[in-house]
Design a protein around this ligand. Structure first.
Ligand SMILES: [Zn+2]
Length: 473
């Protein structure tokens, strides 16, 4: 049998790790593994991540997050190293003209990547993960093992805020990532940055197992501290009746609605942490333990702006804008006012949970869409979301204005209420009335319940009526 871990993929491999890992990999209940992956962390990378962690803890304790002033030195550093920074900042006194710095788009990452990458950097450790957005067009985000390694202290910080104490030992499994797909890579590994603690990615689709009952046995036997995944994977886990109680659920997708969060909390009997992370930026925010609809900015080295789409200037607190990011720690992808495509609001000030970094509230859907009332007034989709979110039986939704007086409301519904026709008919009428009251006189709302809950970044709000009238006018 070939070795599961070796020094090329896991340079800091210690004695005893492989033996522990093999217990998991060769388990009678194990899934059909199809990949071998190591963390590629060298001694130098290890030191880098450890000092990043120290800075993070210090900054969190003291509420030192990046501001427009503090991020200037980062920008000036890369002005000397990256052709992209140099040309974007040409002629600008960034201290006084910060708002004049052009924004970086996803397209820039695609077409200017060779100029973005600093000129005299060693490229041999580059790792590339394709990432896709709402357009479905994949972009390539180059990364470095040490920047990927920084996910460890960031994730650990977020779970510790929820009372989970990561155990740094090869005998411990820290996390198992759940997927539900026809086909995906599945592997188990030990992480050097977590003292050799195990991490695995498994596919709970029956395709991956000898017997369906193995999934639960495998989870119990490996006994991971946390389960990670997207809402679709967790929804499938509940549907399959898999009973496992982790110390926390770490959900890595934007559209974790309060209804689904509550159901997950009840089912798994543990805290549910919403985690906001993009391939291009790394982790951005995690949900506050006290105010779960808000997420705290997580790293201390990202400067976050919330900009108005129309003016490009920061929006006043309480208003919706696009999240734009400068900074980070990926040596191959320094970010200069990078437009994430995600929208929401920001709030400053101390928080009872003890993390005094700014709080974000993400808007579902990537682009702000406004609806038009039958009398011509505009409606903020947040109001539509508020009506739908307070219904505990709605997991995901999409609302589309199709005509001046007509809306389609597509929802994915909890199966219990779906089966109870009489109760659903009553709730459906109530919902329809509430929405029609918001949209105005003579508005007509059609409700359908076949919206898929598939974990993709679905648009929550669409105004095709406006798109048509704009095209005609
Ligand atoms: Zn908080």
């Amino acid at each position: 049998m070939s070795k599961t871990l070796d020094l090329t993929t896991t340079p800091l491999l210690r004695e005893g790790w492989e033996e522990e890992l093999n217990k998991m990999i060769l388990s009678h209940y194990a899934p059909k593994w199809n990949a071998k992956i190591g963390d590629k962390i060298t001694e130098g990378d290890y030191q880098f991540v450890k000092s990043f962690e120290k800075e993070l803890i210090h900054a969190k304790k003291n509420g030192y997050y990046q501001t427009k002033q503090s991020i200037l030195s980062y920008i000036e550093d890369y002005r000397l190293q990256s052709e992209f920074f140099r040309s974007r900042l040409y002629g600008l006194k960034i201290k006084d003209e910060f708002e004049s710095i052009p924004l970086t788009t996803r397209d820039d990452l695609q077409s200017h990547i060779t100029e973005i990458i600093p000129s005299d950097i060693d490229l041999s450790k580059m790792v590339i993960n394709p990432t896709s957005g709402t357009t479905g067009k994949p972009i390539l985000a180059p990364n470095h093992p040490k920047a990927i390694g920084c996910y460890v202290p960031l994730i650990e910080y977020s779970v510790e805020k929820f009372g989970v104490k990561p155990i740094h030992s090869p005998k411990s499994s820290f996390a198992i990532q759940l997927c539900y797909q026809e086909k995906t890579i599945e592997y188990a590994t030990c992480h050097s940055l977590a003292g050799g603690a195990k991490f695995a990615k498994i596919n709970i689709h029956p395709n991956s197992w000898n017997r369906t009952s193995d999934i639960q046995n495998f989870l119990e036997e490996s006994s991971p501290q946390i389960l990670t995944g997207d809402p679709y994977a967790f929804e499938s886990t509940m549907k399959m009746g898999i009973q496992y109680r982790p110390e926390a659920i770490h959900s890595t997708a934007l559209e974790l609605t309060p209804a689904l969060r509550e159901r997950l909390t009840e089912y798994f009997q543990c805290p549910v942490i919403n985690f906001y992370s993009l391939n291009e930026t790394g982790p951005i925010a995690y949900s506050c333990p006290i105010h779960p609809n808000w997420m705290h900015l997580l790293p201390h080295d990202l400067y976050l702006e919330v900009l108005s789409e129309e003016s490009g200037f920061p929006v006043p607190t309480g208003n919706i804008g696009e999240f734009v990011i400068t900074g980070g720690r990926n040596p191959y992808l320094p970010l200069l006012r990078y437009k994430t495509g995600d929208f929401g609001e920001i709030e400053f000030g101390p928080c009872l949970c003890g993390d005094h970094f700014p709080r974000l509230r993400l808007l579902s859907g990537r682009k702000p869409v406004y609806f038009q009332k039958t009398n011509g007034e505009t409606i903020n989709p947040i109001d539509v979301g508020r009506i739908l979110r307070k219904k505990p039986f709605i997991f995901q939704f999409q609302v589309e204005q199709t005509k001046r007086q007509e809306w389609e409301c597509r929802i994915s519904l909890e199966s219990e209420i779906k089966n109870d026709e009489i109760y659903w008919e009553i709730e459906k009428n109530k919902l329809q009335k509430e929405l029609e009251a918001l949209f105005g006189e003579k508005s007509n709302v059609l409700i359908s319940t076949n919206f898929p809950l598939d974990g993709k970044k679905q648009l929550a709000y669409i105004n095709s009526y406006q798109i048509q009238t704009e095209a005609n006018g």
